[in-house]
Design a protein around this ligand. Structure first.
Ligand code: FAD
Length: 442
C-alpha cells in the first residue's frame, strides 16, 4: 500500500488541531518515511499526553516503544525537531552491533551491551531488517598493544561476551589476508546493521500501538506546573504528566530548560569517515579495529563493512565547533561559546591537547589519516579512500574535565534526563529503553 493512501485522520480535538496517524502499511524504505514525515503532521496545538519523549533518535524511539508496550494504551508522543526521525547520531554512525568487550565490568555499558546486542539481532531478524553477525578482529601491532588486548579479553570475558579468542598473526591472515599484527582478539559475536532502518521500524511500531511521532516539533521552553509539565514547541503547547529527555546533542540544554541543575556539558566530537574505492574493497573482509587508547571513550580509526555494501574507514574524533556540524567548516557561535566557557573544557584541553591536535592533523591531512589505517592494513593507500560523510557524537564532559565513559540517566521528579548515551547506545537501545521506562515507576 502506498503510504500517502494510508494516511487517515486519527483525531481532531479542535478545529485547528488535526493529528494524523499512519496505519496498515508496510514501510518499504526510508524515502517512503520521509514522504510520510513531510506530509503527516501539519498542526498540533494544545495536546495532552501521559508521557512525552523529547528526541526522535534511536534511544528516544526505543524508550517510547518500550513505554507503550508496558502500558498500552498510554497517550504517548515522541517530539522530534527535524523533518524525520534519526537525522543525527542515530542516522550517522558505523552501524556496528557491538559485543561488549570495551566496557568496565559492572558499568551500565557493560550490562546493557551484551544483552542489548542479542536483542538487536533478534529485533532485526523479527522485522526483516538486514543484519549480519560477521565478527571482528582487534589487532595489536606492538607489545604495549598486546597488553591492551589482554585487558580487552579479560573485560569481555567478565562481561559475558561469548566466543572470544586470542589469535596469532597466521590466524589473523586467514581471517583478514591483508591485515598485519603481532596478535589479535577475535570477537565472533560482533555484527552490522542499519540503525536508521531500526529507528524507522521503532517509529512505525509506536504508531501502530497508538503512540504518536511528531516531527518538525522542536521543544523551545519547558514549564513545570502542579502535576504536569508544559512544553512550548514549534507546533504549539503540549502538556504531559511525565517527560523523558532523549535529545542527544541537546540533552543538556533540555535539562536546563526544565530548570534542572546539571554539572555536565555536551561536547560534540565529529567522527569523519572515508570509504574504500570499489576496486580495493578486497583489502578488508569484515571489521578491523586497533587497540583503543583506554583514556578516551573512542575506539580509534578502524575498518567497518557496511550492511548496505562497501567498506568505511574511520571515524576519527575531532572536537566540533557546532553541535550538529557535519562539515569541517561548520561553526556555531552559541555552541562554540558554550563549550569554551565551560570550565571542564579547559581542564580537558590541558590534559589531552596533544591527542586533540593529532586528531585535527589527521582530519586535515588525508595522508596522516591513511598512515593510521596502514598500521592495520599496510597496503591501503591515500588514493584508495574517498570522503564518506561524518557523524557527531554527543559526549558528556564534567566540570573536572573528565569525558564521561558510562551511560548517565538521571531522574528529577516527573522528568528523566538521558544525559550521556554514546556508543554502544544504538546496539543497546532496546534494553536502555526498558530501563528508562522502569525508572518512571521507581
Ligand atoms: C560517528 C558515530 C559512530 C557511532 N557508531 C556506533 C556503532 O557502530 N554502534 C553503536 O551502537 N553506536 C554507535 N554510535 C552511537 C549511537 O549512534 C548513539 O549512541 C545513538 O544514536 C544515540 O541515540 P540518541 O537517540 O540518544 O541520539 P540522537 O540520534 O542524536 O537523537 C536525538 C534527537 O533529539 C532531537 N532533538 C534535539 N533537541 C530537540 C528539541 N529541542 N526538540 C525536539 N527534538 C530535539 C534531535 O533532532 C535528534 O533527532 C555512534 C555514534 C557516532 C556519532
Amino acid at each position: 500500500m502506498n503510504i500517502l493512501d494510508a494516511i487517515h485522520p486519527l483525531q481532531s480535538t479542535s478545529q485547528f488541531n488535526l493529528i494524523f496517524r499512519i496505519s496498515d502499511f508496510e514501510m518499504q524504505d526510508s524515502s517512503n518515511f520521509k514522504i510520510y514525515s513531510a506530509c503527516c503532521f501539519t498542526r498540533m496545538i494544545d495536546s495532552q499526553f501521559d508521557l512525552v519523549i523529547v528526541g526522535g533518535g534511536i534511544v528516544g524511539l526505543a524508550t517510547a516503544l518500550q513505554g507503550i508496550r508496558k502500558q498500552p494504551p498510554a497517550r504517548l508522543a515522541v517530539l522530534e525537531k527535524e523533518a524525520a526521525v534519526a537525522r543525527h547520531q542515530s542516522g550517522h554512525n558505523s552501524g556496528v552491533i557491538h559485543s561488549g568487550i570495551y566496557y568496565k565490568t559492572g558499568s551500565l555499558k557493560a550490562k546493557n551491551c551484551v544483552s542489548g546486542a542479542a536483542r538487536m539481532v533478534e529485533f532485526c531478524r523479527e522485522h526483516s531488517i538486514p543484519f549480519e553477525v560477521c565478527g571482528k578482529v582487534v589487532v595489536a601491532t606492538n607489545e604495549a598493544e598486546r597488553a591492551g588486548l589482554g585487558e580487552l579479553m579479560r573485560r569481555g570475558t567478565a562481561n559475558g561476551v561469548p566466543g572470544l579468542c586470542m589469535i596469532g598473526p597466521e590466524q589473523l591472515r586467514e581471517m583478514e589476508p591483508h591485515c598485519t599484527g603481532i596478535a589479535a582478539l577475535h570477537v565472533p559475536g560482533t555484527g552490522i546493521t542499519d540503525y536508521s532502518r531500526v529507528a524507522l521500524k521503532y517509529a512505525e511500531l509506536i504508531q501502530q500501538s497508538g503512540g504518536q511521532v511528531l516531527i518538525n516539533c522542536e521543544v523551545r521552553r519547558i514549564a513545570k506546573r502542579a502535576g504536569e509539565v508544559v512544553l512550548e514547541t514549534t507546533r504549539g503547547a503540549i502538556k504531559a504528566s511525565r517527560i523523558i529527555n532523549c535529545a542527544g546533542l541537546h540533552s543538556d540544554r533540555i535539562m536546563r530548560l526544565a530548570g534542572d541543575e546539571s554539572t555536565l556539558r555536551i561536547v560534540p566530537f565529529r567522527g569523519e569517515y572515508y570509504e574504500i574505492v570499489p576496486a580495493r574493497r578486497h583489502l578488508v573482509r569484515n571489521l578491523i579495529y586497533p587497540v583503543a587508547d583506554p583514556r578516551f571513550p573512542f575506539l580509534g580509526v578502524h575498518f567497518t563493512r557496511r550492511i548496505s555494501g562497501g567498506i568505511e574507514a574511520g571515524p576519527n574524533a575531532v572536537l566540533a565547533l557546532k553541535r550538529e556540524g557535519y562539515r569541517k567548516t561548520d561553526f556555531n557561535v552559541r555552541d562554540a561559546i558554550e563549550t569554551a566557557v565551560f570550565p571542564g573544557f579547559w581542564r580537558m584541553a590541558v590534559k589531552y591537547w596533544r591527542s586533540g591536535v593529532g586528531e585535527y592533523y589527521r582530519s586535515l591531512r588525508k595522508q596522516a589519516f591513511t598512515r593510521a589505517l596502514q598500521k592495520l592494513v599496510p597496503e591501503i593507500q591515500s588514493s584508495d579512500l574517498e570522503p564518506a560523510g561524518a557523524g557527531v557524537r554527543a559526549q558528556a564532559l564534567d566540570r573536572s574535565g573528565r569525558l564521561l565513559d558510562d551511560f548517565v540517566i538521571v531522574r528529577s521528579n516527573e522528568i528523566i534526563h538521558v544525559c550521556n548515551v554514546p556508543s554502544p547506545a544504538a546496539t543497546a537501545s532496546l534494553v536502555i529503553g526498558e530501563q528508562i521506562v522502569e525508572m518512571l515507576d521507581a
